[in-house]
Design a binder for this molecule. Sequence first.
Ligand code: PAF
Length: 296
Amino acid sequence: MQNFTTVNELQAALATARKEGKSIGLVPTMGALHEGHLSLIRRCASENDIAVVSLFVNPIQFNNKEDLAKYPRTLDADIQLVSTVEGTVYTFAPTVEEMYPEPVTTTYHFGALEEVMEGPQRPGHFSGVAVVVRRLFDIVQPRKAYFGEKDFQQLAIIRDLVRQINYDIEIVGCPIVRADDGLALSSRNMRLSPAARKIAPTIHETLEQAREMAEYEELDEVKEWVMSTLASFHEVNADLCPDGLCFEPEYFEIVNARTLQPVESLSEAGQDGCVGCIAVWLDGVRLIDLVKFGEE
Ligand code: PAF
């Protein structure tokens, strides 16, 4: 493993590798790595001669300053975790100045893809993601880049970005990794109090029930049920919810998995399939998760 903090040093090492005919894969991350990231890094290292893992908390994708300030920064632990992956792995942990030597003026637009779910809740977020991902693509020039399906909308946006800028990079979506109790792994989970962490798997359990319900109920009913089940959880389970702990669901949408547009019935999406995507606040932490309909 080699660790880089500057664009020049990383590019010099990659240029040498490229001259030797080596293939390069990229896993963009904001650090605070967990088993979900490791699954992407392992896959990248097994499918490419060199896996580059970026560790960069991208300020321009946060529309909430408090969220940016609270984002966990655990560089030493991250490097230690990456060192457990077999294969040739380079980490790249630049400063903000190194990443953005000039003020960022570019903005990206993704039409209907960004008008749903996360888009209205987080103005400017996807443009900020696109700016940093493009910058990473330009620096690393990977053959393949790996992203988690947990950020389902982000994955669709990045596929659209690659189409817009016409880069020859294969975008590989990788499945969600869950804790034993079903909670989707996320860097934000470490900010949950013990009581919140204990009830957080309810999100996944509720989505699993929604998947079954959708086989015989109208989707509007299913959506309503998911939102109200989570919003009233603390009333039904007061013993598990000390000090005003409660779920505050922001949205739950059932959408076409390719276009991300809401559907009225599962059959409407045809071969694209449907996913149900949710964002929920718990204990001051915003958690997202999803369920794929029609899959066990
Ligand atoms: O998914 C993330 O961690 C970030 O949005 C990404 C893709 C690394 C860009 O900062």
